[in-house]
Design a binder for this molecule. Structure first.
Ligand code: WQD
Length: 333
């Protein structure tokens, strides 16, 4: 299938492009390079051994998007593009609502005009808010206790896509709710490359291990968890990418909106991540326990059985695999 991959030079988008090509699909990447680098394209082409079509454009630019859809007969869209820093979204809510909502509406209007009816949307476990039950199922409550505008944009876009499907059953809509993506492609050529100080745990740990940062701040150790530190469902980004290919190859098999948790089903604490990374890298990761980070929840992990049953997908790589791959990437970046 000819697939438009928005945000395709980003962390998850780029890994998904690799897996799409490996499965015989033809991705066309668009990206505005707001949170990615064009050098990723060269690295992708080196990994897959072929040229990949890339168009630099901003999805809020209607004329550019119209020209894009006139140029290519897309069979489907995988929509990653959007701002995604939780803390930044609290500081800049209007920018997040304008960018994430507006870009998606422009995209959907172009899809409608050009009769492109298959869309896979990059959603997030953030839509579950502060879980009242674990593991999280797709039927778990959403939209309550979301603590940031980034999460609200994901929730709102899920609603927009659900209403679109309800208005016209010829659309095939799949919502993929990611847990915590980590790791990198085994080549060490692509991976997570946050600009500035990393917000997320693994990139921060990586930079401490390589000596770019002095020590990790562990945000609280008094949660009701195995060792008091935050528990999350860390999924290897390559497994996550393969989940998108499975969703693409099953799109249209659902008679309603397809909603799937993409996680491992295992909860892992911050201290367990530190230990796994030290084992994988052979480096020590000094840390200091500090106060909790506002907006953090104690624990969050998936019941991923629906994706296995309906998409034939499950996470296969381990936390150790992800730490090894992340360390290899950190030494190359
Ligand atoms: C993980 C754990 C922290 C940094 C966010 C978004 C989510 C998704 C993934 C986009 C928590 C602890 C972290 C640090 C720490 N992003 N931590 N010191 O907050 O679970 O999820 O990123 O889709 O939508 O909400 O990820 O990596 O920031 O935190 O102790 O320097 O590590 O408290 O327990 P989070 P995270």
């Amino acid at each position: 299938m000819k697939v438009l991959v928005t945000g395709g030079l980003g962390y998850i988008g780029s890994h998904t492009v690799v897996e799409l090509i490996a499965s015989g699909h033809e991705p066309i990447i668009v990206d505005n390079l707001a949170n990615s680098k064009q050098s990723v394209l060269n690295r992708l082409q080196k990994i897959v051994g072929k040229d990949i079509v890339f168009e630099k454009l901003d999805l809020t630019d209607k004329d550019s998007v119209e020209k894009l859809f006139t140029s290519y007969p897309f069979d489907a869209v995988i929509h990653f593009a959007g701002h995604k820093a939780v803390g930044e979204s609290v500081a800049k809510p209007l920018e997040y609502y304008r960018n994430n909502i507006d870009s998606t509406l422009v995209l959907l209007e172009a899809m409608s005009k050009h009769n492109v009816k298959n869309i896979i949307f990059s959603s997030s476990a953030t839509v579950y808010g502060n879980p009242s039950e674990l593991p999280l199922e797709e039927t778990s409550q959403t939209g309550i206790g979301i603590t940031n505008p980034y999460g609200w944009t994901k929730y709102m876009l899920e609603q927009i896509l659900t209403d679109l499907k309800a208005s016209d059953d010829s659309y095939n809509v799949t919502l993929l709710r990611y847990f915590n993506p980590i790791g990198a492609h085994s080549s060490g050529l692509i991976g997570e490359d946050p600009s500035g100080l990393p917000n997320n745990l693994l990139p921060y740990v990586q930079q401490v291990a390589i000596g770019k940062l002095e020590k990790l701040k562990v945000f609280g150790n008094n949660y009701d968890t195995i060792d008091g530190t935050g528990v999350r469902d860390y999924i290897h980004v390559v497994d996550l990418a393969k989940g998108h290919v499975s969703a693409l190859e099953n799109i249209g098999n659902q008679n309603s909106v397809g909603i799937y948790n993409l996680g491992t089903g295992n909860g892992v604490s911050v201290l367990e991540v530190i230990k796994a990374f030290e084992n994988a890298s052979g480096k020590s990761v000094p840390y200091e326990v500090v106060d909790r980070r506002p907006g953090d929840i104690a624990a969050c992990y998936a019941d991923a059985s629906k994706a296995k049953a309906e998409l034939g997908w499950q996470a296969e790589k381990t936390l150790q695999d992800a730490c090894k791959d992340a360390w290899r990437w950190q030494q190359n970046v």
